[in-house]
Design a binder for this molecule. Structure first.
Ligand SMILES: Nc1ncnc2c1ncn2[C@@H]1O[C@H](COP(=O)(O)OP(=O)(O)OP(=O)(O)O)[C@@H](O)[C@H]1O
Length: 845
């Protein structure tokens, strides 16, 4: 308590307000006491002395406030003003004397200003709380004798609590910022946190915290400093809590609002997009268009649905009429009904099975492929005679670009049927085949039903492309199981699509499948299909295909007529040999297209310059390089080194492409280890171990036993590498190649670059048959190989499958065991062949 404070003071009663220490208050006053007080203040301030008054709240119901609350101009601690009703002469009427509270606050007058006739506004600052000792009258004005309290906190008193209190004040003030409390006020209060004692801070905060009049009175009468801090903490916590709850309520309301708004915006956008596409129903997504429903009803009637589907359609239509157009259910139901109306339940094209015409069509569209065409004609004949399609489903198997898809198209057009291709590559979800149930968001019918909707007839030809790339039994269900149902003539007359949910008869659809390899076709599907193999083409075949089919096709596609681009055979061959490396003719077709394009540019330029007569349609060999750039590929055999230890093998990839592969073996002093590189799988690695074991165990028979060689075989490290290290290689068919490479390495004999081989070996040296012979042979021929060593048991594959032209160009050797292979493969020079002097035939198959 400031010692200068007097303890006898004029009483200034406060109606509905409480003044606490450090707080500034504005008081409106009028009347005799007001004039006296103002005079006293003026006198004191002349003498530079402060004027003190006793601000005591009035409790209980009192007279109405006269003046309005106003903001107090910036000081350390603001408060709203109060007014004292001064209708009569004095500050306090006799009847209000009993309403004076037992505690009050001494205040220093800061300033008094006239606010009207006999009216003043007084700014006071709370200095110290007191307890009323007794009232007395002096100069007809009520005075009070007061008792002050000790306001100093004891050293170290509840330090933790005070720290917590300050932290709480900080949090509180930061929250108040969001509630738009004036920035400067928050700043002033924040500054005071560390500069004033917590009880003083507590008094100050009561004017900012939402507290009731009674609570303020309690604060005024609390003389215990710790209690005062506790009370302020309690009220601040309460307000923070209320704030939190109101934030939650606010955010949940806002969440609801934004969801609704989002929906609204999306719908608006949808409408705009529809408008752009010319599909708008003008309903803004909200108003039901009766016409639309009527049209839908008529469409369904016209679709001539079978009974079951018709019942479902009528039920859905009824439901649709009751639904809100803005609801998602409405659009689901409408889309479903549209599908029902669009499906070709009874529409079909008339079959024209004219065998002679079909033969002609196949002949016109495709070069070669005689066995395939023959089988297709048989197939069509059976359909013609028998009248149904329960013949086995045909599956064309072969490398990419050999004409599988285009054969399918030819069949469709020779039957006069719609053609639709369903790409099965990478289909892993059963729902892709069979559709999603309508309850799913974004549900759609499966690929089969989608295809039928597109074809608009129920007897199209569906080409199930890349059936071998179907992903089996994933956790999305098994799409191959759905396909089985589609292909099974016993079941497919009532195919059930999850989306459609009513059976659809697929028995009129003609299915043809394609695959690159049979290895990955699921067994049950394989069972239902008849496989027809298409091999890769030789260069000569490619030449004819390019000449007779690809060039005319490209001329047409570029708006040119026959003769406007002319190519000699050698040009076609150069393109096929040096710019493509493939079994089929797809990149050949692309390359021919780029040649045609460049001629197109030339012709257009000359036409613009009116010099069309200068145009030369002929393409020479040098033009090819000008147009296509440098040759990409040389004959692969030219890339091989003619050194002992390097041998050419034959490979076959899962995509149906064959190719040659080199095996390189080298040796170095070491501990007899075998090192293998070139992205090799387990099987091929085992083949290499097996090959080395066989060579080591037959070192004597192989004549590798002179003292130095024997030592080497025992102690050398051998490294075998398969170039093109980034391509994964596996399988047992490199067995003979590996043995040949090791024997060649140690014997010094080499294998000619034009000789290639394939075959699995057993530990006892037998040569076992392998797969993919035709692809391997055809691609080896393309690569420039002229002698091929094959397992004896693969002889029939060569006889049946390899094209005559290739057979004529290549010398085939069929080996029963590895000795045969080595004798046919290894040479020292043109006249000296390798012969095993003590050759031991371990078995003759
Ligand atoms: N024997 C052929 N005679 C005429 N044109 C052919 C022949 N083989 C392929 N073509 C043409 O080659 C192109 C590629 O053929 P297509 O698309 O049918 O290959 P695909 O075997 O279906 O390949 P994929 O397995 O990659 O689908 C087509 O333009 C096709 O007409």
């Amino acid at each position: 308590m400031p010692s200068s404070l007097v303890d006898s003071l004029i009483v200034v009663p406060l109606e509905n307000k409480v003044l606490l220490p450090s707080v500034v208050l504005k008081i409106n006053m009028r009347g005799r006491d007001a004039v006296a007080l103002t005079r006293k203040h003026l006198r004191s301030s002349e003498q530079r002395k402060p004027t003190y008054i006793a601000c005591i709240p009035l409790t209980g119901k009192g007279i109405e406030e006269e003046a309005n609350s106003e903001e107090v101009e910036g000081t350390a601690s603001p408060n709203t003003t109060t007014a004292v009703a001064l209708k009569d002469e004095g500050f306090i009427k006799p009847e209000d004397k009993d309403r004076l509270f037992t505690f009050g606050c001494t205040a220093r007058i800061i300033r008094v200003q006239r606010s009207g006739l006999g009216a003043f506004t007084m700014f006071v600052e709370g200095i110290s709380r007191f307890k009323v000792d007794r009232y007395f009258s002096q100069d007809a004005t009520l005075h009070v004798k007061v008792k002050y309290f000790d306001e100093e906190m004891e050293e170290g008193e509840s330090t933790d609590e005070m720290i917590l209190f300050k932290a709480l004040v900080r949090e509180f003030l930061s929250k108040m910022k969001d509630l738009r409390m004036p920035e400067n006020l928050i700043q002033q209060l924040t500054k005071l946190i560390d500069s004033v004692s917590p009880p003083v801070l507590a008094d100050l905060l009561v004017s900012v915290i939402e507290t009731s009049f009674d609570e303020k009175l309690t604060m005024l009468s609390t003389t215990n400093l710790k209690e005062r801090v506790e009370k302020a903490s309690e009220w601040m916590t309460r307000q923070l809590h209320v704030l939190k709850i109101s934030e939650q309520v606010h955010s949940s309301v806002e969440g609801k609002l934004t969801k609704k708004q989002r929906e609204f915006y999306l719908r608006q956008q949808l409408e705009a997009i529809k408008k752009e596409l010319g599909e708008s129903d003008g309903s803004g997504g909200g108003i039901k268009d009766e016409d639309e429903l009527e049209q839908l009803g008529t469409k369904i009637e016209e679709a001539d649905l079978p009974e079951e589907a018709s019942t479902v359609a009528q039920r859905e239509l009824k439901r649709l009429k009751k639904l809100q157009p803005a609801s998602s259910e409405y659009s689901v139901a409408r889309n479903y009904l549209e599908l029902l109306a669009d499906l070709p339940w009874n529409k079909k094209t008339d079959d024209i099975i004219n065998i002679a015409q079909a033969k002609q069509k196949l002949q016109d569209d495709h070069f070669g492929l005689d066995h395939v065409k023959k089988r297709i004609i048989e197939y069509l004949s059976v359909i013609k005679i028998k009248g149904d399609l329960k013949a086995p489903i045909i599956c064309f198997v072969g490398p990419p670009g050999v004409g599988k898809t285009s054969l399918g198209k030819s069949i469709a057009s020779s039957l006069g049927r719609e053609f639709h291709r369903i790409s099965l590559g990478g289909v892993r979800d059963e729902a892709e085949m069979r559709g999603h149930r309508r309850t799913y968001v974004g549900a759609m019918p499966g690929l089969v039903i989608q295809g039928l909707r597109k074809c608009k007839v129920n007897n199209p030809l569906f080409l199930l492309d890349e059936i071998d790339k179907l992903v089996q039994s994933s956790h999305y269900g098994d799409p191959s199981a759905a396909l089985l149902e589609v292909l099974d003539p016993e079941q497919n007359n009532s195919f059930s699509d999850h989306y459609l949910n009513v059976p659809f008869d697929l028995s009129n659809v003609l299915f043809i499948a394609t695959a690159n390899s049979v290895d990955t076709i699921p067994e049950p599907l394989l069972d239902r299909m008849e496989l027809i193999s298409l091999n890769g083409y030789t260069f000569e075949e490619k030449l004819y295909i390019a000449k007779a089919h690809l060039l005319p096709k490209q001329l047409l596609a570029h708006g040119l007529v026959k003769g406007q681009v002319q190519m000699k055979d050698e040009v076609f061959l150069k393109i096929a040999e040096n710019y493509t490396r493939e079994s089929g003719v797809r990149s050949l077709e692309r390359t021919v297209a780029s040649v045609v394009r460049s001629k197109c540019v030339e012709l257009a330029d000359l036409r613009e310059a009116n010099r069309e007569e200068d145009y030369n349609p002929q393409i020479s060999l040098t033009d090819v390089e000008d147009i296509l750039g440098m040759a990409f590929y040389e004959k692969e055999v030219a890339e091989r080194e003619l050194v002992p230890g390097v041998v050419t093998g034959l490979a076959y990839s899962g995509s149906g492409n064959g190719g040659i592969l080199f095996v390189e073996a080298t040796k170095m002093p070491g501990d007899g280890n075998l090192q293998l590189t070139g992205s090799l799988g387990n099987v091929i690695q085992e083949s290499a171990k097996l090959a080395l074991s066989w060579v080591k165990s037959h070192a004597f028979d192989l004549q590798l036993t002179n003292s130095s060689t024997e030592k080497m075989i025992e102690h050398d490290d051998i490294h075998i590498h398969f170039p093109a290290g980034s391509i994964n290689k596996d399988g047992p068919s490199a067995g003979v190649t590996l043995v040949s490479a090791i024997v060649s390495l140690y014997s010094g004999y080499h294998v000619p670059t034009t000789t290639a081989m394939t075959g699995e070996i057993s530990l006892r040296g037998q040569v076992l048959p392998v797969g993919g012979i035709k692809e391997k042979v055809v691609s080896a021929h393309r690569a420039g190989i002229r002698k091929i060593i094959l397992p004896f048991r693969n002889r029939k594959d060569v006889e049946q499958d390899v094209p005559e032209k290739v057979k004529n160009d290549i010398q085939f050797v069929f080996a029963k065991n590895i000795w045969d292979v080595l004798e046919e493969a290894l040479v020292m020079n043109e006249s000296e062949k390798w012969i095993a002097p003590s050759r031991v035939y371990e078995s003759h198959l």
